[in-house]
Design a protein around this ligand. Structure first.
Ligand code: 9PG
Length: 661
C-alpha cells in the first residue's frame, strides 16, 4: 500500500493494484466533471448515455484527469488487512479553483485471482436505494433491480438521487453494496461520508467494474483549501460472512432515546380526513383498553394543517387546532407525535405564495419535487442555504414543541437534497440536509424523538432516533392491477416491498437508527389482505420490535381484534437479525430474542408454498413451535419446513447458537 498513501491526480490513472482475499482489484481515478450542469451534478445526466449491465463504458478506466491546481490525497485506513482495505480522500487546491467541481469517480476493476472470468449470470449484488422509500434488495445477474417504463418514471423520480436518472438507477446502489461473485463476496461501502456517494455496477467479459462516484455538487475552492471527501471500505470474504454488518458497525452512529416505540399513527384508514373529534375517540380507546395501555405514542399524521407548508395554520376539515391535539394527547399521559414535511410546500400553500424566493429554482421557475394525489398538487422544496428559511424552520419547530409535541415524523426529507440549485452555492446537498436537521433537532429540543421518512439515508446516519426503511405498506400486498400495469410491475407500495426492504436494510440500518417498517394492522375486515398477510406483517413488526405503530382505525376494532393485538404484542422481540437477506431473494430467515429466549423466524414472501431448509446450525430448533398461537401454517420437519405463501412463523430456539463466521 505504500504507493497508495499520497497520490496526486496524475498518479491515479495508472491504477493502484489492491489484492484483497481471492480478488484482484485495481483502483483508477476516472473523472472529475466540470461545469455547471443543469438538472444534476454528474455525467449520468450529462455525458454518458445510460448503459445496461453487461457493457463497461469504453475507456472508463483509462481517462486521466489532470487538474494542475489540485492534489488528491489518499490515506489508507488503520485497520487494513489482507481482506480489508479502507482509504479516505482529500482534495487540496494549490491555486483558487473557480470552476465548479461536480465530482470524482473512482473505477474499481475486479478480477478473480484464480483467473476465472466473472460471467454476469453468476453475479448477485445488493442494491440500496437512495431514500427511505426506494428499493433495496438482492439483484441477480443482469436482471435489473427495478425496471420502470418511461410512462411511470415520474413516480420514481422522488425515490432516486436526482443525479441518477431513473432508468440508470437499477444498477446503482447508494452508499454501500455487496457483490457476490460465486463463492466470494466483496463489500464496498462509503466511510466518513460528507457527500453523496454511490456505486454503479458494470460487467465486462473478463471482469467486473464498480464506479465509485462522489458528488461534489459543483463546489469551488479557495487557494490552500482542503476538502475532506470521506472514503471507502473494501472488504472481501465468503458470501455468508457478515461484511455488511461489519460495515454498519464501522460507520453507524445510532443514538436513540429509547429502544422500542409502541404507538398509533393516524395515516392509514382515514388518510388526510382526520379530525380532532376522531383523535379524541382514539385517545379514549387507548387509555381505556387494557390491551392498548402500553401504547405510549399517539401520532397525528397528514391532514391537520391548512396546506403542506402551512404547519401552524389549521385545516377547517380537522375541526380543531393542532395545539388542541397536543393538549389532548399529553393530558392523557401519552407522547404527542406529529407529521411534518418541513422541507417542502405545496403549490397553493401560503408559504409558497408569500415566499416564492425561499424555494429552489432553476433560475426562472421553482423546481418541483413531485406531485401528490392526496394533496392534488405539486410541491416544491425549500432552499435550505437561505438564512430566512433556516430561521422559519427553527420557529416552526419551537412552536410545535411549545404545543406539547415531542415526537416528530419528518417526511419528504429528500426535498432538501433536490438538485443543487442553492442560492448560496458553497454548501453540498449533503451538508445542507444535515445542518437543517440539526436546526430542527435544536428547536424541537434535544430529547425529542425524530423519525425520518422519505429521507436520503446516508446523511441521516446519526441524526435520527428512527428511520422509515421502506415504502408505505398501504394495507396491501403489492400494487393493485392498474398501478402494476403503469409501473411495469415495479413495486411502489405494499407489504411485499416493505418487508423486503426491512430485511435487506437490517444489517446496517440497525447500527444507524431504530428501524420503522411502517404501520402494522390488526383489523381483518375491509382489506385487500388475507389473514396470513395481516399476521405476517404484524408479526414482522413485532419481531423487528423497534417502531411498532398501529395503523388501524381503533374505533372499528372488534373484540377479537383487541385479543389478536394482545397475541401479537406478546411476541414483541429485541435484537432482530435478518439471517439471509443478502443471500436469498426474497429473504426468508431471521432471529431475535423474545422474553429473554432466542427465537428463529421464517417467512415466505413469495407467491408459492416455500420449502425452507434451515441452515445446519439451526437444525436443532423447532421442538416448540409458537406458530400455533399465531395460526401460521409452518411446521418443522427436521430441518425442512413448508411455509404457505405470504406467511410467517417462528420457533423458540433456546439451543440456537448464532454462527458469526
Ligand atoms: C402522508 C404520508 C404518510 C406516509 C408517508 C408518506 O408519492 N406519493 O404519492 C406518496 C404518497 C404518500 C406517501 C409517500 C408518497 O406517504 O410515507 O407514512 O405520512 O406520506 O401524506
Amino acid at each position: 500500500m505504500s504507493e497508495f498513501t499520497k497520490a496526486s491526480i496524475g498518479f491515479f490513472p495508472k491504477g493502484v493494484p489492491i489484492p484483497l482475499g481471492n480478488l484482484d482489484l485495481t483502483l483508477t481515478l476516472a473523472r472529475s466533471i466540470l461545469g455547471v450542469i443543469k438538472g444534476g451534478p454528474t455525467d449520468y445526466i450529462h455525458g454518458n448515455t445510460p448503459r445496461s449491465l453487461g457493457e463497461a463504458p469504453e475507456g472508463a478506466a483509462a481517462i486521466g484527469i489532470s487538474f494542475p491546481p489540485m492534489e488528491l490525497s489518499c490515506t489508507p485506513g488503520p485497520t487494513d488487512s489482507p481482506t480489508l482495505r479502507e482509504f479516505t480522500l482529500s482534495l487540496t487546491a494549490n491555486e483558487p479553483v473557480a470552476y465548479p467541481i461536480s465530482g470524482l469517480r473512482l473505477v474499481l476493476e475486479i478480477r478473480r485471482n484464480d483467473g476465472d472470468p466473472i460471467p454476469p449470470e453468476t453475479l448477485s449484488w445488493v442494491r440500496n436505494g437512495w431514500q427511505s422509500w426506494s428499493h433495496a434488495g438482492l439483484v441477480h445477474g443482469q436482471r435489473p433491480a427495478i425496471s420502470v417504463p418511461r410512462r411511470a418514471q415520474f413516480m420514481f423520480d422522488m425515490k432516486e438521487d436526482p443525479s441518477v436518472p431513473v432508468e440508470r438507477a437499477a444498477y446503482v446502489s447508494d452508499m454501500v453494496t455487496q457483490v457476490h461473485i460465486r463463492d466470494w463476496s466483496l463489500l464496498v461501502g462509503a466511510i466518513d461520508q460528507r457527500y453523496f456517494q454511490k456505486i454503479a455496477l458494470y460487467t465486462a467479459p473478463e471482469h467486473l467494474e464498480l464506479h465509485l462516484d462522489l458528488e461534489l455538487d459543483e463546489c469551488t475552492l479557495a487557494a490552500g483549501e482542503t476538502l475532506e471527501l470521506g472514503g471507502w471500505r473494501l472488504e472481501s470474504g465468503k458470501p455468508e460472512s457478515p461484511l455488511m454488518e461489519r460495515w454498519g458497525g464501522r460507520v453507524g452512529k445510532r443514538k436513540s432515546r429509547q429502544e422500542t416505540v409502541l404507538g398509533w399513527c393516524s395515516w392509514y384508514e382515514r388518510k388526510t380526513r382526520i379530525t380532532l373529534p376522531y383523535l379524541r375517540s382514539i385517545v379514549d380507546i387507548i387509555t381505556r383498553r387494557e390491551e392498548l395501555r402500553d401504547l405510549e405514542l399517539i401520532q397525528v399524521d397528514d391532514g391537520y394543517q391548512k396546506a403542506v407548508g402551512d404547519w401552524l395554520l389549521p385545516n377547517p376539515r380537522f375541526r380543531g387546532r393542532l395545539k388542541e391535539a397536543g393538549e389532548l394527547i399529553t393530558s392523557a399521559g401519552k407522547e404527542a407525535g406529529v407529521w411534518v414535511s418541513p422541507f417542502i410546500a405545496q403549490k397553493n400553500s401560503d408559504l409558497f405564495r408569500d415566499h416564492r424566493d425561499w424555494f429552489l429554482h432553476d433560475g426562472y421557475h421553482p423546481v418541483s419535487a413531485g406531485w401528490n394525489p392526496h394533496w392534488r398538487s405539486s410541491f416544491y422544496p425549500l432552499d435550505l442555504t437561505q438564512p430566512q428559511v433556516i430561521e422559519w424552520l427553527g420557529d416552526t419547530f419551537s412552536t410545535l414543541r411549545s404545543w406539547g409535541f415531542t415526537f416528530f415524523k419528518l417526511d419528504y426529507l429528500y426535498g432538501a437534497c433536490w438538485k443543487i440549485l442553492h442560492k448560496f452555492g458553497r454548501k453540498s446537498r449533503f451538508q445542507a440536509f444535515q445542518e437543517a436537521i440539526g436546526v430542527i433537532r435544536k428547536a424541537a429540543g434535544p430529547e425529542s424523538f425524530l423519525l425520518g421518512c422519505g429521507a436520503p439515508l446516508a446523511p441521516s446516519n446519526g441524526l435520527f432516533d428512527a428511520m422509515r426503511v421502506s415504502c408505505d405498506t398501504e394495507f396491501q400486498w403489492k400494487n393493485p392491477p392498474l398501478l402494476r400495469m403503469l409501473t411495469g410491475e415495479t413495486e411502489t407500495i405494499g407489504i411485499y416491498p416493505a418487508a423486503r426492504n426491512t430485511l435487506v436494510r437490517n444489517p446496517f440500518a440497525r447500527h444507524m437508527w431504530l428501524q420503522d417498517p411502517d404501520c402494522l394492522m390488526v383489523r381483518r375486515r375491509n382489506r385487500r389482505l388475507s389473514d396470513n398477510e395481516v399476521d405476517l406483517y404484524s408479526l414482522l413488526c413485532m419481531a423487528v420490535g423497534e417502531m411498532v405503530l398501529i395503523g388501524d382505525d381503533l374505533t372499528r376494532w372488534a373484540e377479537e381484534d383487541f385479543a389478536r393485538f394482545a397475541q401479537y404484542r406478546s411476541q414483541l422481540s429485541t435484537g432482530f437479525r435478518a439471517l439471509d437477506s443478502l443471500a436469498d431473494d426474497p429473504p426468508r430467515l431471521f432471529s431475535a430474542t423474545q422474553g429473554g429466549r432466542p427465537i428463529l423466524g421464517a417467512l415466505n414472501l413469495s407467491d408459492a408454498p416455500n420449502e425452507i431448509t434451515l441452515p445446519e446450525e439451526l437444525s436443532r430448533v423447532g421442538e416448540s413451535p409458537i406458530s400455533a398461537q399465531t395460526q401460521s401454517p409452518g411446521s418443522p420437519e427436521g430441518t425442512r419446513i413448508t411455509l404457505a405463501p405470504h406467511s410467517l412463523t417462528s420457533w423458540h430456539a433456546d439451543r440456537f447458537e448464532e454462527n458469526e463466521s
